[in-house]
Design a binder for this molecule. Structure first.
Ligand code: THU
Length: 158
């Protein structure tokens, strides 16, 4: 038996001002999308802003439903919307911001497993590493690719 170690690196920022300008712009759009999220059940409003290689930004908030599993996370709402509107554009980056009961989340809102799976397919489809900016008021983390966030991922080519 052998052990295979898997490690990832993320950039860590302690203020919005320290982020590169393009990341800051995307975070602002994610924050605005979180303001417009429809999350009356969890009161956890998430916003995601997707930057495409054609320069467009597509942003969306999570969409909940009284029949709980029928809702959708912000990341997938934004990515599927981007795919529908710009089917030939590659995703360059996604920023995620969240607020709980109207208060900005202090720590990075890490995307759920299902969103990582969808983000990974966008990355593969676009043949470009997708920068993932997970914004928290106190701490922001940036991953250089979705593959870093989903090691040992499902692949039909196994
Ligand atoms: N949520 C997201 O929008 N993104 C994630 O990556 C995880 C969770 C949403 C789903 C639900 O509307 C609320 O946050 C609470 O789980």
């Amino acid at each position: 038996m052998q052990i295979r170690n898997i490690s990832i690196s993320v950039e860590v920022y302690s203020s919005l001002a320290a982020l590169p300008a393009e990341d800051r712009m995307l975070v602002r759009q994610a924050q605005q999308a979180s303001d417009a999220a429809y999350a009356p059940y969890s009161r956890f409003q998430v916003g995601a802003a997707v930057l495409l290689d054609n320069g467009e930004v597509v942003a969306a908030g999570n969409q909940e439903n009284a029949a709980y599993p029928s809702g959708l996370c912000a990341e997938r709402t934004a990515l599927f919307y981007a795919g529908a509107r710009h089917p030939h554009a590659a995703v360059k980056a996604i920023a995620i911001a969240a607020q709980r009961c109207g208060q900005p989340a202090p720590r990075p809102p890490y995307p759920c497993g299902a969103c990582r799976q969808v983000m990974l397919e966008c990355e593969k489809r676009g043949h470009l590493p997708v920068r993932v900016i997970m914004y928290g008021e106190v701490l922001t983390e940036v991953a250089h690719s979705v593959a870093d966030l989903l090691p040992l991922s499902f692949d039909l080519d196994c």
